[in-house]
Design a protein around this ligand. Structure first.
Ligand code: AMP
Length: 136
């Protein structure tokens, strides 16, 4: 599994993958978390995931899943497009912040795009409205 971006979103994904003992490597353009990842035995590739030389080092062709947790839709789109080209069977999950971004990333090959603002609204509604009574 390849996790792109290790900020607010990616580090939460990574923490749960680690608890579930799912092996993964991180591609991240900052080395802020390099020491912590090294201590946790998690491989880190420092670089821009939109660059093909960086993605080449991650061996996308041999991966099962690519999680793109970076906020820029153009960089995310480049990583997704290259991942899909190198590995047609790859499961690609991406992050977006508008319906237009969801459409863009889906068109480039993402299987699932999670729109942050929609998920926030969904959680707020769930906290405000009572759960529907199950039908018998
Ligand atoms: P956040 O918005 O807090 O989830 O942080 C996003 C993370 O993704 C940050 O740690 C950025 O350094 C990282 N990031 C953003 N763009 C790229 C990129 N093109 N390639 C690799 N990492 C990126």
């Amino acid at each position: 599994m390849i996790l792109v971006g290790y900020g607010r979103v990616g580090s939460l994904v990574g923490a749960d993958l680690a608890v579930a003992a799912v092996p993964f490597l991180v591609i991240e353009d900052s080395d802020t978390h390099a020491d912590a990842l090294k201590a946790a035995n998690i491989e880190l590739i420092v670089g821009n995931a939109a660059a093909s030389q960086v993605l080449d080092r991650a061996n996308l062709a041999g991966a099962r899943c690519l999680v793109v947790a970076i906020p820029d839709p153009f960089e995310a789109g480049q990583a997704i497009e290259q991942g899909r080209k190198l590995n047609p069977g790859l499961q690609i999950i991406a992050r977006a912040h508008s319906d237009a971004e969801v459409a863009h990333l889906t068109r480039l090959g993402a299987d699932q795009v999670v729109m942050g603002e929609r998920e926030i609204a969904r959680c707020m509604i769930a906290a405000l409205l009572p759960a529907p009574v199950p039908q018998t």
